[in-house]
Design a protein around this ligand. Structure first.
Ligand SMILES: Nc1ncnc2c1ncn2[C@@H]1O[C@H](COP(=O)(O)OP(=O)(O)OP(=O)(O)O)[C@@H](O)[C@H]1O
Ligand SMILES: [Mg+2]
Length: 264
């Protein structure tokens, strides 16, 4: 569905070099990956490894220096049309649900933001009240929550609202950038269960950015390890145990105890 091929990205660094003026800092080096329809691709890496930058390239928000992004075979950055096509099919959910939801908006208004995108795109008239109840039910919230303000919800509930807003525009693809990282462990599992359920029900495709391997094993089909802007490992979650990558191994060892030869 979505394919990245040899993506390179660099930013102008603030430091000025006396000889060459502004220097460039390369953040992504030849990153290639594929997001297959109906699956979840996990992107894992430590802070600063380039995950969000890769996410922005994937969503059509940041044009890479070189490399291509293909959506069903059409180049996303090759034409305005390509970028528009991608943006029509994609929603994003960020980590910081407190700032991504306007504090002065009621839940109903937050959801209307998503619905109006869909109305504009599909040129259909929706019964907004009915849609809002349907969306709240879909993410496991009572319809009475429509009149609440963000500060009247818990973190997990507010993130459910943000997920409902992301789903409201009928996307095919959702990018989650550290979307569950600031929730407690129990709520994280609840939200991940919700994401799995929605993926099945609505036939969605996910890209899940995180620094937490446990959530990758719970949610994803494939996983890509980024280390200092380079892909160090890219494999199916089923084969995670067979990884040769030292960084991946280190992370794995922190969650499971390996039955190594030395140990036996
Ligand atoms: N707009 C920008 N201008 C300059 N440098 C940037 C910009 N965006 C990101 N960077 C740099 O690119 C590198 C990768 O950043 P990125 O946000 O992609 O990391 P990340 O893996 O998402 O980290 P985190 O887990 O902390 O969110 C960092 O060194 C960052 O400082
Ligand atoms: Mg990030």
């Amino acid at each position: 569905m979505l394919k990245l091929d040899k993506i390179c990205v660099s930013f102008r660094s603030e430091r000025q070099d006396k000889l060459f003026g502004h220097t460039k800092q390369q953040v992504l080096f030849d990153v290639s990956a594929e997001v297959k329809k109906g699956t979840c691709l996990g992107v894992l890496g430590e802070s600063g490894s380039g995950k969000s930058t890769m996410g922005r390239v994937l969503c059509g928000l940041l044009k890479p220096d070189s490399g291509t992004v293909l959506l069903n075979g059409v180049s996303v950055y090759g034409s305005k049309e390509g970028r528009r096509k991608l943006q029509n099919q994609l929603s994003i959910v960020f980590q910081d649900y407190t700032t991504s939801a306007n504090p002065r908006f009621r839940v109903a208004d937050i959801l209307k933001e998503g619905l109006s995108v869909r109305q504009r795109r599909e040129k259909e008239t929706l019964d907004q009240e009915e849609e809002i109840s349907r969306l709240l039910e879909l993410v496991g919230l009572p319809s009475g929550f429509a009149d609440r303000f963000p500060h009247e919800l818990s973190g997990g509930q507010l993130q459910r609202v943000c997920i409902a807003r992301a789903v409201a525009c009928n996307p095919e693809l959702i990018l989650f950038d550290e979307a569950i990282s600031s929730l407690d462990a129990h709520t994280q599992v609840q939200i991940m269960d919700l994401l799995l359920e929605l993926k099945e029900k609505l036939g969605l495709t996910y890209i899940f950015i995180t620094h937490d391997l446990t959530s990758i094993t719970y949610l994803c089909d494939d996983v890509l390890f980024l280390y200092q802007g380079r892909v160090t490992e890219y494999l199916s979650v089923k084969h995670l145990n067979e990884t040769k990558d030292t960084y991946a191994k280190k992370l794995l060892e922190s969650i499971v105890v390996f039955d190594t030869e030395e140990a036996s």
